[in-house]
Design a protein around this ligand. Structure first.
Ligand SMILES: [Zn+2]
Ligand SMILES: [Zn+2]
Length: 565
């Protein structure tokens, strides 16, 4: 089986906060797990850099949108790297490959008869002398009555909107009420795919229930044609004859990045023919890690576009959506500086602390809430006291009492049962990942260390080592092997910790490219382990908060890590 693993393309108008990390880390866990299962995996995403919010932000700073996204993209690549997100290709929507792909794609869709042109009246701000697409308009949602919705999608109920749907529309720049003015736009004939979409969604067993029911109810309400073009300057120039001066709507091109990023990857590696193998072969499965507000774009718009191209692209296999991550009971807010940003997080602690927290509180069925107290508890009581403690006890015992050499002894019944249990749990953890239940998977992985602590306590090797050496030998063999199992099972979640364990165990190769099968292979007697040191340190919520405040006071640059490195 071949896999295309992706996550929503981060919108880079600002440095992302921890909420963005939920999808990045989730997709990374999945991609790493599939690689270790020996599957062929391509993990792609990129910076989403067109559209009105970036145009507005650049306007405010007095720089060009391209200057803004060049800097942001560069910085974001660095953050991704530091968080250990193992993309095979992290690209951007300004990539020439993407731009050409999108233009050719829409010309094909037009040729196939699914694009039509219509003159319509659009909202126009007389004050700012411009049309007001998408987020340039605010108003009340006609479906749920939410009063501060924007003209592209309702933040509250998730419905896709067009600016003229809004009740009491206001210009988002100056607040005045817009007028209607005639303009010409190119539309994608979405309603013609209602039947196909319905059967794709109904028959698709892998799609989770929430994505299914949300999408089907949208189809029941009736789909509407979606404008492909916008009266924006910043974006991909629309390719249609007569569309000069217009750009492709950001939402209608960024979703195609999943396809173009794969194309770019293989072109760069000099084997462009492999692109078809990934995107047009029924043995490929594409999976998407997104926020729940993005579901319609991945279950309706993307599949419909892929169908409309008549290129034989495989349709999305699964859409794993999460609810929102809040901060101390409230939404993250840049304006009120409420939350933690990705770069700040790295200045406080290494990536694996955050990766652990993100997955162990992953908002799978309901919103999750970051609190410093909860963070402290999870890091100290789980990561440190369970995982860190087990590894340290075993490895330092082996180092001090056995000169770091794995002894030679046969396993007794108790210790071979213990190892069987560890392997069982490992298998369960992996199968939870395959079923997109990452939180549960991490819990299972951690329970190996929990079992390990219990085993080590019950066996009391510190007594045996003097009076019953062969029993203590057996205990150490089994416990060290459990550490090896952990170094595999934990790799998708905590890749940096897996590397540390790998070095501590003094294994060949690395934990990323070695498959899960390797965990069954016993460490040889006589094998010498490496240097042993603690994996984690305890944290204090109060101290972390104080340090964060100091960082914010002292570092004035928007790009924290550039100033400190
Ligand atoms: Zn609404
Ligand atoms: Zn205005």
């Amino acid at each position: 089986m071949r896999w295309i693993v992706t996550c929503a393309w981060p919108y880079i108008n600002a440095v992302p906060h921890l909420g963005t990390l939920v999808q990045l880390v989730s997709a990374d866990v999945y991609a790493r797990c599939m690689r270790k299962l020996g599957e062929e995996v391509l993990f792609v995403s990129g910076s989403d850099e067109h559209g009105t919010p970036i145009e507005v932000e650049a306007l405010k700073r007095g720089i060009s949108p391209k200057d803004l996204t060049d800097r942001m993209h560069r910085y974001f690549c660095k953050l991704i790297d530091l968080f250990g997100i193992s993309f095979d290709n992290y690209t951007r929507t300004e990539s020439p490959v993407h731009i050409k792909f999108v233009q050719d794609f829409y010309l094909k869709v037009q040729k196939n008869g699914y694009i039509f042109v219509e003159e319509s009246e659009q909202l126009f701000c007389p004050e700012d002398e411009m049309f007001l697409p998408d987020r340039f308009v605010e108003g009340t949602c006609p479906y749920c009555g939410y009063e501060k919705t924007t003209g592209d999608q309702c933040e509250k109920c998730g419905r896709l909107l067009t600016p003229t749907d809004l009740i009491n529309p206001r210009c988002a720049i100056c607040g005045s009420s817009p007028k209607l003015k005639k303009t010409k736009h190119w539309y994608f004939d979405l309603p013609r795919f209602e039947g196909h979409l319905r059967s794709y969604i109904e028959k698709h067993e892998a799609l989770p229930q929430n994505a299914k029911s949300m999408s089907l109810s949208m189809i029941d309400e009736g789909l509407r044609s979606r404008a492909v073009t916008r009266d924006n300057r910043w974006g991909i120039p629309a390719p249609f004859p007569g569309s000069e001066g217009k750009t492709i709507y950001v939402w209608m091109e960024a979703v195609l990045g999943y396809v173009s990023a794969v194309k770019e990857y293989f072109e760069r590696r000099g084997c462009p023919e492999k692109f078809d193998l990934f995107w047009k072969d029924p043995d490929t499965r594409s999976v998407y890690f997104i926020g729940k507000d993005n579901i319609p774009f991945h279950t309706i718009i993307l599949p419909a576009l892929l169908m409309a191209s008549q290129e034989g692209y495989v349709l999305p296999y699964n859409v794993s959506s999460t609810e929102f991550l809040n901060y101390e009971g409230d939404k993250f807010s840049k304006r009120f500086r409420r939350g933690i940003w990705m770069d700040e997080a790295l200045l406080l602690l290494e990536a694996d602390y955050w990766r652990y927290y993100i997955i162990s509180t992953r908002p799978e069925n309901k919103d999750a809430n970051f609190t410093w107290e909860d963070f402290e508890a999870k890091i100290n009581n789980e990561l440190n006291d369970v995982l860190g403690n087990f590894v340290h006890r075993v490895m330092s015992f082996l180092a001090s009492r056995y000169n770091g050499i794995v002894p030679n002894a046969d396993l007794d019944e108790e210790s071979s049962d213990f190892l069987e249990r560890c392997l069982e749990v490992a298998k369960r953890s992996i199968s939870y990942i395959e079923r997109f239940m990452l939180k549960e998977a991490l819990k299972e992985a951690m329970s190996i260390a929990r079992e390990g602590n219990r085993f080590f306590n019950e066996r009391e090797p510190w007594r045996d080592v003097k009076v019953n050496r062969s029993r203590s030998d057996t205990t150490l063999i089994a416990s060290t092997q459990a550490v090896k199992i952990i170094s595999h099972v934990i790799e998708p979640f905590l890749p940096f910790t897996a590397e540390k364990l790998w070095r501590m165990l003094n294994l060949e190769g690395d934990p990323h490219s070695t498959t899960f099968d390797d965990m069954r292979i016993m460490l040889r007697s006589g094998h010498t382990i490496g240097y042993v040191k603690p994996l984690f340190e305890k944290v204090s919520a109060e101290e972390l908060k104080t340090r964060l405040e100091r960082i914010r006071r002292e570092i004035k640059s928007e790009f924290l890590l550039e100033e400190t490195s």
